[in-house]
Design a protein around this ligand. Structure first.
Ligand SMILES: O=C(O)c1ccccc1NCC(=O)[C@H](O)[C@H](O)COP(=O)(O)O
Length: 212
């Protein structure tokens, strides 16, 4: 099976280049100031200019308003908008307004959480199953938390989907074998500290994905 990978929360040219060199299909830029991975518009433009045409630029947002979306799309040349904590109705409105591909993050801890994916049918283009972060967490993703991957076994998916949450170079093969994911997404698992991406870990993750 061929599995594609998004490296999320990139914020330096060196680590962006490592993701591209390693074969990432998607690169993610976070536009959420409380995140240690947040990028300014200037930095987003600098990074976007390095991304070749075969790699897709994803902007990561937490229930963004139109002003933030428009400025970020322009700066980062975004092709996909990944929405955390936005309702299906808001996803529809964002898709209509921007004309861009929209991904909806669904935070998972228990089987019941999977039902939220169905509410995005017709509203989003892809579901990102991500681990629910602990109560009180400042960011709804990027915390290296994983969920019970077996929850996805036997699930009928209405939309294309990707697996996220606590993946790293050592567990991604098991995660894909358990869930059947055709796309994976990682952030903390390729960092040396929160927000500090590590080129070697990015290379190791993408090499592990290539073997699947
Ligand atoms: O990564 C962030 O800082 C972030 C901030 C706000 C919303 C979403 C965020 N990340 C979303 C992602 O796509 C992460 O890659 C995903 O949650 C997996 O993170 P990790 O468990 O650290 O690999």
């Amino acid at each position: 099976m061929s599995v594609t990978a998004k490296i999320c929360g990139l914020s330096t040219p060196e680590t962006l280049d490592a993701a591209i060199r390693g074969g990432a299909s998607h690169v993610g830029l976070v536009f959420f100031p409380p995140s240690p991975r947040n990028v300014s518009r200037e930095r987003a433009a600098q990074l976007a200019a390095r991304v070749p045409g075969h790699v897709t630029r994803v902007g990561v947002f937490v229930d963004p308003d139109d002003a933030l979306l428009e400025a970020s799309i322009a700066a980062g040349g975004l092709q996909v908008l990944q929405l955390h904590s936005s309702s299906p109705a808001r996803a529809v409105a964002i898709k209509a307004r921007t004309g861009l591909e929209v991904w909806a993050a669904v935070a998972v801890k228990t089987r019941a959480d999977l039902a939220a994916a169905g509410t995005f049918t017709g509203a989003a283009d892809r579901i990102l199953y991500d681990a629910k972060t602990p109560p009180g967490a400042v960011i709804p993703g990027g915390m290296g938390v994983r969920f019970d991957w077996s929850l996805l076994q036997g699930v009928r998916h209405n939309l294309p989907w990707a697996l996220s949450g606590g993946l790293d170079p050592f567990n991604v093969a098991e995660a894909v074998a358990t869930t059947g994911a055709a796309m994976v997404d990682v952030s903390s698992g390729v960092e040396s500290a929160p927000g500090i991406k590590d080129a070697g870990r990015i290379a190791a993750f993408l090499a592990a994905v290539k073997q699947l």
